[in-house]
Design a protein around this ligand. Structure first.
Ligand code: SF4
Length: 133
């Protein structure tokens, strides 16, 4: 005898399966952070600094584990800001470690909008800018 699975039954089954899978391993960034935390356990220190994600320059503390910045929180000693950071500030390390972050000057080689660029030295970039101004 063949039994048809109702739409409601299918949804119940799918959500149960997803919940079981979710508890067995944490996917994505959170899962990766869990692994990283295990590797660096015991080598943590908080370093005071300033957030530069906008012009407010909030005071922060960065959790540094074996020389690598891992987490940003508000500096609890700064009573004027209540030791808090906004979501943008706490995401600061995402920008720092973004593999697509520009760390060297690039110069357009094609037509505007073509998306063609070449990496140039700082001297080349400054010379180009100086000639334009
Ligand atoms: S924590 Fe938020 S408001 Fe403060 S400087 Fe960073 S981005 Fe700006």
């Amino acid at each position: 005898m063949t039994q048809m699975l109702s739409r409601r039954g299918f949804l119940k089954l799918s959500s149960t399966a997803a919940a079981v899978a979710g508890f067995s391993s944490i996917p994505g960034t959170l899962g990766a952070m869990d692994e990283i935390k295990k590797q660096y356990k015991g080598n943590t220190k908080f370093t005071p600094s300033i957030c530069e994600m906008c012009t407010s320059s909030c005071t922060i503390e960065a959790r540094v584990e074996d020389g690598k910045g891992m987490f940003i929180r508000g500096n609890p000693k700064d009573k004027s800001r209540g030791g808090k950071v906004c979501a943008r500030g706490s995401a600061g390390f995402n920008q720092l470690y973004d593999p697509q972050r520009l760390v060297k000057p690039i110069m357009r080689v094609g037509e505007r909008g073509e998306g063609k660029w070449k990496e140039v030295s700082w001297d080349e970039a400054y010379t180009f800018i100086a000639k334009k101004t």
